[in-house]
Design a protein around this ligand. Sequence first.
Ligand code: PPE
Length: 307
Amino acid sequence: MPITPTEKIWMDGELVDWDDARIHVLTHSLHYGCGVFEGIRAYATDEGPAVFRLHDHVRRLFRSAHIFMIDVPFSAEEIVTATKQTVAVNGLDQCYIRPLVYLGYGEMGLNPLTAPVQVSIAVWPWGAYLGEEGMARGVRMKISSWQRHAPNAIPPAAKGTGMYINSSMAKIEAIKAGYDEAILLSPQGYVSECTGENLFVVRGGRIVTPPLSAGALEGITQDTVLTLARDLGYEVGTENILRSDLYVADEAFLTGTAAEVVPISSVDDRDVGDGRPGPITRRLQELYGEVVHAKVDRYKDWNEHVR
Ligand code: PPE
């Protein structure tokens, strides 16, 4: 997906011009993939742009850094302020936000502990991650032949840059085979998640998503949807899902900051339900759309206004 440039990028405490946001080719993270990041969205509201669950994203960024023993040279509140500032200064009413903590230039070798830690925050307009058509009609999924990395290989709870090679391998395979997106299974054989989204199934009115122990990221959209579903009166659960549970589900959908809420129309060429987005998926998708735009009073604490 091509990037649409904006004006300014926040780098280590300063706003620099988009074209000047450069790094050295011997940047440590570029070689060994040791960095952590977030994907956040700001949405247009009646009171200007509001970043959705910004504090929760920044908390997860710091948890990821803690797992990899990366000492972020800013406080969480400083990153929150810097994020809002970057959104505001670029003058967009909504955008995607990418905070990145990486190891910079100055050290080589596998010990990351002595490398300088740097932080950047970029924003750009980003449309429907899995396409407008996917949002409307659902996406075609394939179970990947690549497994989600085991927790004692790389901890899936951390949103680390290098670990996305696992997702990219699965994405390549799915795209080459003519599907929209991949589903990864855990080393134990349970459904884990998608390349950049969590996954849900609906059966008999119950809404279920896999636990962290199946190798899924602790998704903020996943948590939002679980909360909305519970508040709507649905029975929800976090439990292991088998591949065949996907084939026989009434409905299935995926969630993520970039993707938002996207119906799944089929898995491994088997229609989910009648192959069209189901009523519960639709209801959650619509409600999510209203909540992020600060249209629902009950959840307005999640809309963190930039002005
Ligand atoms: N699992 C993975 C592996 C993942 O990358 C994401 C977010 C999620 C689940 C959903 O988490 P959350 O956004 O908190 O609901 N993926 C981010 C990166 C996508 C990208 O292409 O880059 C995102 O959605 O921003």
